[in-house]
Design a protein around this ligand. Structure first.
Ligand code: PGA
Length: 250
């Protein structure tokens, strides 16, 4: 495994109003006092991308969207295109989060199409994969995740930066996490699938772990081989909690 700088990305989901930018100000000033040893990103709801990008201007904090449409423009009421997210100030985009795969029935093929649109627009995708509890209990976790990686990563990613996030569905927002051995097993399978799908060097892009990452479990999770960072939901909403995770990434 190649060691590269870790990425700690916060996913605010459908949380956050203008007042929440005070947390971002706090995060920015703490990181100005003591710079992070990792990359730091925040993915707010679409309504806040522009203001958050302005808030973190002249800092190392990166900004991401939580989704984008595969089409560039058109009659898609309520949707946000990759170009719109980029125009608002995002440089990253989360794609295929399990909440979108489940609630919006997003398929691997759709996620791959969105990743193509993102790359063409200059957004770096964070492509999410992960098994459900039923799949884990049936012993299918590795197979499910491997298939998602093979089918959700378009070949265009061979020539551009991106990340994969392994997020067991049953660990998201539940306080439950896999054992460190389980995390390592799936991350190794993701790595093998990335290399098979995209070759090298793209196959070495970071694999984030996501699902109930908190300040008190971040250090041990981030030390697992093949864990290249974290995708953080709930704990990214409060600057002190998010910082507690960032400080454990070396
Ligand atoms: P959580 O969410 O940290 O609140 O479990 C993670 C995610 O869904 O990205």
């Amino acid at each position: 495994m190649k060691q590269s700088v870790k990425l700690i990305a916060g996913n605010w989901k459908m949380n956050g109003l203008a007042a929440s930018l005070a947390e971002v100000e706090t995060l920015k000033s703490r990181l100005a006092e003591e710079p992070a040893a990792c990359r730091v990103a925040l993915c707010p709801p679409a309504t806040l991308i522009h203001r958050l990008a302005q808030t973190v201007a002249h800092s190392a904090i990166e900004v991401g969207a939580q989704d984008c449409r595969a089409e560039t423009s058109g009659a898609f009421t309520g949707s946000v295109s990759a170009a719109m997210a980029r125009d608002a100030g995002a440089t990253l985009v989360i794609l295929g989060h399990s909440e979108r795969r489940q609630e919006f029935r997003e398929s691997d093929a759709l996620v791959a199409a969105k990743a193509v649109a993102a790359v063409e627009t200059g957004l770096s995708p964070i492509v999410c994969v992960g098994e459900t509890l039923a799949q884990r209990q049936a012993g299918q976790a590795v197979d499910v995740v491997r298939t998602q990686v093979m089918q959700s990563l378009p070949l265009v990613l061979a020539a551009t930066p991106f990340a994969v996030a392994y997020e067991p569905v049953w660990a998201i927002g539940t306080g439950l996490t896999p054992t460190l051995e389980q995390i390592e097993e799936v991350h190794r399978a993701v790595r093998a699938a990335m290399i098979e799908r995209l070759g090298l060097p793209a196959g070495w892009m970071p694999i984030l772990y996501g699902g109930s990452v908190k300040p008190d479990n971040a250090a041990e999770i981030l030390a697992v081989p093949e864990v290249g960072g974290a995708l953080v939901g709930g704990a990214s909403l409060i600057a002190a909690d998010f910082l507690g995770i960032i400080r454990r990434a070396s």
